[in-house]
Design a protein around this ligand. Structure first.
Ligand SMILES: NC(=O)c1ccc[n+]([C@@H]2O[C@H](COP(=O)([O-])OP(=O)(O)OC[C@H]3O[C@@H](n4cnc5c(N)ncnc54)[C@H](OP(=O)(O)O)[C@@H]3O)[C@@H](O)[C@H]2O)c1
Length: 294
C-alpha cells in the first residue's frame, strides 16, 4: 500500500479538484487517498465519484484522530469563517498525535506584514505548522477563478464586484490542485517551500470583455462600492468576523493598489511542468455549465 493521504475540504472547490487529481494515482497503489466527509451527504458525494470518504468534522473533534490513523500527509483546507483558526489547531494537534509527517496548507496570498484579518489568520496557521515540527508546504493562492465563475454561471450577463477597475491576479482550482498533488506525491522535493499561486492579472472590465468574447454574448461589469460588501456578505450568511475581514481587505483594494494584489508568479509552471490555466481556458472549458440563452 502507498502513502496514505487525507484531503480535508474534499467536497469543496480546491479539495474536490485535488481529489480528482490524486485519484489518478490511487489505482497504481502509489497512494491511498481519503476524502474528509462531515455528513452522510458528503460521504455519498465522494462515493459517487469512486472516492473513499472518511468521517471527519472539524466541529466534532472526536472524529479527527480516527480519521488520521496511519495518515502520512494531510491537505489542510478550511472554510470562510474565523473558525478556520480553531479548526486548523484541532487538526494539527490530532495530526501530531497520529504521527502525520507532512502538511500541505491552503492559505492566501498577502505580504508577510498584512494587517487584514483572514490573511493574518492563514499566516498564523502557517507559523504554527512550522513550529510544531511538521514537514510543510504552504500554498498561497490569490483570487479564485472558480468563485467568480460560480456567480457568473447563474447570471452570465453580468459580473458584480467591489474593487472598481483594479487589476488583480487569478488562479484556477485545477492549478492549485496540480501543485498540491505534486507536493503530496513528493514531499522531499516540496517540504519547506511556499508557493504563490497567481498566474494571470486581469481587472473586472478586462474579465467582462474576455467572458463576452468566449461565451459569444455580452457580459457587463457592474462595479459596486466596497462599502456595500459587508451587509451583502452578512445577508448571504457569512460568519461575521470573516465577512468583516474580507470587506476590509476589499475596501482597501478599492481605495488604493495593495501589495501583491496583481502579482503573478511562475510557480504553477515550475512545479507542474505545464502552462497554467488562463481565464480564457477556464471559461472555454466550462461553457457547458452556462444556462442556454434564448
Ligand atoms: N475564494 C478565493 O478567492 C480565495 C482566495 C484565496 C484563498 N482562499 C482560501 O480558500 C479556502 C476555501 O477553499 P474552497 O473555496 O475550496 O472551500 P469551499 O469550496 O467553501 O469548501 C469548503 C470545504 O470544507 C468542508 N467543511 C466545511 N465545514 C467543515 C467542518 N466543520 N468539518 C469538515 N469539513 C468542513 C466543506 O464540506 P461540506 O461539503 O460538507 O460543506 C467543503 O468540503 C479558505 O481558506 C480561503 O481563505 C480563497
Amino acid at each position: 500500500m502507498g502513502r496514505r493521504i487525507l484531503v480535508t475540504g474534499a467536497t469543496g472547490t480546491v479539495g474536490g479538484a485535488l481529489m480528482r487529481e490524486l485519484s489518478q494515482d490511487a489505482p497504481e497503489g502509489r497512494i491511498e487517498l481519503l476524502g474528509a466527509a462531515r455528513s452522510d451527504r458528503a460521504a455519498l458525494k465522494l462515493l459517487e465519484r469512486d472516492q473513499s470518504p472518511v468521517e471527519f468534522d472539524f466541529d466534532r473533534p472526536e472524529t479527527l484522530l480516527p480519521a488520521l490513523e496511519g495518515v502520512d500527509a494531510v491537505f489542510l483546507s478550511t472554510g470562510y469563517s474565523v473558525d478556520m483558526i480553531v479548526h486548523s489547531k484541532r487538526l494539527l494537534d490530532a495530526a501530531k498525535t497520529a504521527g502525520v509527517r507532512h502538511i500541505v496548507h491552503l492559505g492566501a496570498l498577502a505580504p508577510d506584514d498584512t494587517t487584514h484579518a483572514h490573511f493574518a489568520w492563514h499566516q498564523v496557521i502557517e507559523r504554527t505548522i512550522e513550529a510544531m515540527g511538521f514537514d510543510w508546504t504552504h500554498l498561497r493562492p490569490n483570487f479564485f477563478m472558480d468563485t467568480v465563475w460560480n456567480g457568473f454561471m447563474h447570471r452570465p450577463d453580468r459580473l458584480v464586484h467591489f474593487i472598481g477597475d483594479r487589476k488583480v491576479s487569478w488562479i484556477s482550482s485545477d492549478d492549485m490542485a496540480a501543485v498540491a498533488a505534486q507536493a503530496l506525491r513528493s514531499p522531499s522535493d516540496h517540504s519547506g517551500q511556499t508557493y504563490c499561486l497567481a498566474t494571470e492579472a486581469l481587472s473586472f472590465p478586462d474579465l467582462a470583455n474576455l467572458l463576452s468574447e468566449v461565451t459569444g454574448a455580452p457580459a457587463q461589469y457592474r462595479p459596486r462600492p466596497a462599502a456595500d460588501l459587508l451587509p451583502l456578505l452578512l445577508k448571504q450568511g457569512m460568519e461575521p468576523a470573516y465577512a468583516a475581514g474580507l470587506a476590509e481587505g476589499v475596501a482597501a483594494l478599492e481605495a488604493a493598489p495593495q501589495p501583491l494584489a496583481d502579482a503573478v508568479f511562475d510557480d504553477v509552471a515550475r512545479i507542474t511542468g505545464r502552462a497554467p490555466v488562463t481565464w480564457r481556458d477556464f471559461a472555454a472549458r466550462r461553457l457547458g455549465s452556462l444556462p442556454a440563452r434564448s
